[in-house]
Ligand binder design. Structure first.
Ligand code: SF4
Length: 317
């Protein structure tokens, strides 16, 4: 209420949240869609960390993956095409106590939402951005997306996509104030979970590109990667994504990569002989805009009026 300090520290009775407490409506993605794996990973993280469902917000734009908030039994905002990140930043600015997850696709984030992507990374607010990259517009039935491989036949380019694809990991590494840039795959639950967990624990904007299967429209894009794990290289480092020893039985290739090394991160993002997964870049010291917007949130109306008058007095002198 006006004039009263907001109370975000309500005493709640101790509760134990089960996996089911985070389950929303029944997923309406196609059978075999990689989005299910990401949903399960996030629900597990919420359960394992005992995040109160009423303190979690999932924000999305438009696309198949943007149905994500409907399937979480938390607060959610299924918004406008490409606008997930600014909505999430707005939520975080006013309610820093909430856990904010963003679900966005390659069409949503890298095309119509590209401007917001750039500035979201720069603002580096404490949110987790999951880019579901299936290299196609799935919801609108197989149109070329910014990440569709050149030559891929789609309904908008039946004779093959004309332009070379945009590399979302490389682009994010090139953005001012990037603090957490990682890449994973939806078809390995261990690596997916470990990556999203590290992303959630990062204080700042964590950007995770998830190579996501779309068996309906772009199955062939990741087919080889799925059938031949030697085409994948795990990035390892103490400051990177923790690697469960079981992963070494799946992926024979691994590489030590210091995620503070931006030059090496960019070289890795450009590799075509193998697909690196793990932490590309990590810098927890980057400025965070939500630390700025949080100032004064607990100031009441009288204090605000007094502060404004003091500022006006300064200019009157
Ligand atoms: Fe998933 Fe593709 Fe179906 Fe969309 S069209 S729900 S991305 S499998």
């Amino acid at each position: 209420m006006f004039g009263l300090k907001p109370d975000w520290s309500l005493e709640l009775p101790p509760r134990y949240f089960t996996f089911e407490d985070y389950e929303g409506g029944e997923g309406r993605w196609c059978p075999g869609c990689g989005d299910f794996a990401v949903l399960t990973a996030v629900q597990r993280i919420c359960r394992d960390k005992q995040l109160a469902p009423e303190k979690v917000v999932c924000v999305s734009g438009i696309g198949c993956s943007s149905r994500f908030p409907h399937y979480m039994s938390t607060y959610g905002f299924h918004g406008l095409h490409g606008r997930a990140i600014p909505v999430a930043c707005g939520v975080k600015a006013r309610r820093p106590d909430l856990d904010v997850w963003v679900a966005t696709g390659d069409g949503d984030c890298c095309s119509i939402g590209a401007g917001h992507w750039i500035h979201g990374i720069r603002y580096n607010m404490n949110i987790t951005v999951m880019l579901f990259d299936n290299a196609i517009y799935g919801l609108t039935k197989k149109q070329t997306s910014p990440t569709s491989p050149q030559g891929m036949s789609t309904n908008t380019h039946p004779r093959g996509a004309v332009l070379p694809p945009l590399n979302p990991t490389q682009v994010t590494l090139g953005l001012t104030n990037a603090s957490f840039v990682a890449q994973t795959i939806d078809w390995n639950p261990l690596h997916l979970h470990a990556t999203l967990l590290a992303a959630h624990e990062h204080r700042g904007l964590s950007f995770v590109r998830i190579l996501q299967r779309c068996p309906t429209y772009s199955d062939h894009v990741f087919e080889q990667l799925q059938s031949d794990p030697s085409m994948i290289t795990m990035l390892e480092h103490d400051d990177g994504i923790p690697i469960n020893p079981a992963l070494h039985r799946v992926f024979e290739n691994s590489l030590t990569h210091d995620p503070s090394d931006m030059k090496a991160a960019r070289e890795l993002a450009d590799r075509t002989d193998t697909v690196p997964i793990g932490m590309f870049y990590y810098d927890p010291t980057r400025p965070k805009y939500d630390e700025y917007t949080a100032q004064g949130l607990d100031v009441n109306a009288d204090e605000k009026v007094r502060a404004i008058n003091e500022e006006l007095e300064r200019f009157a002198m």
